[in-house]
Design a protein around this ligand. Structure first.
Ligand code: ADP
Length: 349
């Protein structure tokens, strides 16, 4: 009969401790390297080689600082070795930002432990957030300054001139509407970012036809022909409100950027495992170098034109976010002076 091991016996089994350490090093998500007293790599985990973009063989038994060739990295290792204290800093290696900790250990075999944390994504997100806040402030400042200047001029005496007063009041109303649109678009963006779309089955063709009908007066006023070619029942499983926003933004843009006499056509069809929808216009088109950037927040090819037509520069960023949150793709194909075709897909299982 085998005797059950006591918990103390289980705790001190060296083999199981080694196995636990091995599993921990393999899955802990941080890079770990042990160096000997001459700074050569005695052992490392796979994540360390991955973060340093050097294969394990080129690191094992080689000087770490020579393999990495970074003065910041070398300074950290030297500081830890010379002063016998942990040294730590952020180091940029090629495109990656790593937080490097170098810990002196009291062991003969590997007296130095190097731990690497990948900070690249976090720092990138911080930069994006900082730029976004700066852009939002900039976008809000222009209409606010204009409203203030108009109100001050009115108070300074322009109120007595009915024609001038009327013009200034119109501008104040337009600018405040612009501020409302920006804040609405920002709210839409933050809503999409903060929660997954609530999906249900619905007919994308019905949604497209309804929106086309809603936009017909706007298209007629702009002397643009707007029509839709969609099959009767094109079922998708998606967030209906979000999909409505996508179609509205694309049709609104297509009409805005198409001169009188042009046309806008919305087409949707099922192709294998996805529904592909396109909004094509015969408008002003987009230069090749602008095409990859138009989905960025606040990016506008022609700021004055976008402003004049009531644009916020957020419409396509919203489109991209929604479509990608549904697992689909967005694309643009455009020829300046001839027109643009925007495509989005919705996966169907
Ligand atoms: P906006 O509110 O300025 O229209 P969007 O994010 O919707 O912002 O679009 C970004 C920019 O992409 C626009 O300012 C415009 O320069 C360009 N753009 C978008 N749609 C079209 C289109 N159908 N034809 C030509 N240019 C377009």
């Amino acid at each position: 009969m085998t005797r059950a091991r006591t918990s103390a016996e289980r705790r001190i089994s060296p083999r199981s401790v080694a196995r636990d350490h091995e599993a921990l090093l393999a899955h802990c998500g941080v890079g770990v390297l042990f160096l000997d007293k001459r700074g050569r790599v005695r052992s490392l985990n796979a994540r360390a080689a991955q973060l340093l973009v050097i294969n394990e063989e080129s690191l094992l038994d080689h000087s770490l600082t020579a393999a990495i060739d970074s003065s910041e990295f070398t300074a950290l290792v030297r500081a830890a070795r010379t002063h016998g204290v942990t040294s730590s800093d952020e180091v940029t290696l090629r495109d990656a930002i790593l937080r490097v900790h170098v810990h002196p250990l009291k062991t003969e075999r590997a007296p130095m432990l190097v731990v690497l944390h990948d900070m690249t994504m976090l720092r990138r997100m911080e930069t994006i957030r900082r730029d976004f806040v700066a852009n939002v402030s900039h976008e809000l400042r222009t209409p606010l300054a204009s409203i203030r200047a108009m109100a001050e001029t009115l108070r300074g005496g322009a109120l007595d001139d009915a024609v001038v007063a009327d013009h200034f009041l119109d501008t104040i109303i337009n600018e405040s509407q612009r501020l409302t649109r920006i804040s609405e678009d920002l709210l839409i963006l933050s809503r999409i970012e903060s929660r997954a779309p609530f999906k249900k089955d619905f007919s994308l063709s019905n949604l497209i036809c309804e929106i086309v009908q809603r936009f017909t007066p706007q298209a007629e006023a702009a002397h643009v022909l707007l029509d839709a070619h969609v099959p009767d029942a094109l079922l998708v499983r998606a967030g209906p409100d979000e999909m409505e926003q996508v179609v509205i933004n694309l049709i609104d843009n297509a009409i805005k950027y198409t001169p009188a006499g042009g046309h806008v056509r919305v087409v949707a069809e099922r192709l294998e495992k996805e529904v592909v929808a396109t909004v094509a216009d015969s408008g002003i088109g987009i230069a090749v170098h602008d095409q990859p950037r138009i989905f960025e927040r606040f990016y506008r090819v022609d700021k004055a034109r976008s402003r004049q037509s009531g644009g916020t520069g957020l419409g396509l960023a919203i489109v991209k976010h929604i479509v990608e949150a549904h697992g689909g793709r967005v694309a643009v194909f455009s020829t300046p002076g001839k027109g643009s075709t925007f495509t989005f897909t919705v996966p169907v299982d």
